[in-house]
Design a protein around this ligand. Structure first.
Ligand code: GLU
Length: 289
């Protein structure tokens, strides 16, 4: 066995926790306990408009009920914006980031009109429209105060990577059964948004900064985030951050075979608890000790 693992559960307080969340939390908790390590709780509340303290309180309640107690004060992303800003500035100073003035609608229209729009695992990628703006056009739009996101120029970013393969270790499984040493595909999601128009930061950037800052050695989460690991690995390389190992788990599905979502109230932990299901039964069902 390796050394003590630092693991984390990182929910967004936008709805009730369901069995899928319990899976990620229990795997993280188990790995920390089995190795004499630490289990951390991080509240991913960047999108203040979608988050609520009520949801947050319910998360605490659900985790306590499950028996997953965290070992340090709760970390809240909304309190860590300066840290993300520093990381973003570091990439901006290296010329890897550009402002993107496109609206969602404009991007969708542009993609529709393109014959061979670049594709990612979840659909078409940003076609790079604002990457082609001249310096003059960019400055003019910024000067007029046009709303913009900040995107990573993936071509320039990949060109700055050290020679050789970027890899990460998968101790669970990706959606197509990927496991073991995985060669990262850094360009998988194209010109990533690093600074959202509304928030100034994005999920990918915040997660790599936090995982490094909190000393997370093992990331457990659903395999819907497996493609995120590829680009998070890229950000770790660009920012010189340590690389955790990953344990992606299969998604828990409802009776119709769809991945659980907020509408699956029956699989919410609170509903299961009220119907008399015990934490031991949940652990058994998920196969986590
Ligand atoms: N906050 C993300 C979610 O609730 C999880 C992020 C992660 O584990 O990297 O889906």
């Amino acid at each position: 066995m390796g050394g003590p693992e630092t693991t984390r559960f990182a929910p967004s307080p936008t709805g009730p926790l369901h069995l899928g969340h319990a899976y990620a939390a229990l795997l993280a908790h188990q790995a920390a306990r089995e190795t004499g390590g630490r289990f951390l709780l991080r509240i991913e509340d960047l999108d203040r408009g979608r988050c609520s303290t009520l949801c947050e309180d319910r998360i605490f309640e659900d985790l306590n009920w499950l028996g997953t107690h965290w070992d340090a004060p709760v970390c809240r992303q909304s309190k860590r914006l300066p840290l993300y800003r520093t990381a973003l500035d570091c990439l901006t100073d290296r010329g890897l980031v550009y402002p993107c003035f496109c609206t969602r609608g404009a991007i969708a229209r542009e993609i529709k009109g393109l014959a061979g729009a670049p594709q990612g695992p979840d659909g078409p990628l940003y076609p790079g429209t604002c990457r082609y703006l001249s310096h003059h056009e960019r400055e003019a739009r910024l000067a007029e105060g046009a709303a913009h996101a900040l995107r990573l120029d993936i071509g320039l970013a990949v060109a700055q990577l050290p020679v050789g393969e970027l890899c990460f270790e998968e101790t669970g499984q990706g959606p197509a059964g990927e496991t073991g040493r995985i060669a990262a595909q850094p360009a998988l999601l194209g010109d990533l948004v690093l600074g959202r128009k509304d928030l100034g930061v994005s999920y990918h950037l915040a997660v790599v900064v936090d995982d490094a800052d909190q000393g997370v050695s093992l990331v457990t989460r659903g395999n819907d985030l497996f493609s995120a690991a590829h680009v998070q690995r890229l950000l770790q390389a660009l920012l010189g951050l340590p690389v955790p190992r990953y344990r992606h788990h299969p998604l828990i599905r409802n009776a119709a075979g769809q991945r659980l979502a907020k509408r699956d109230q029956a699989q919410a932990l609170a509903a299961l608890r009220e119907s008399g299901v015990t934490p031991a039964e949940i652990r058994r069902q998920l196969g986590v000790g």
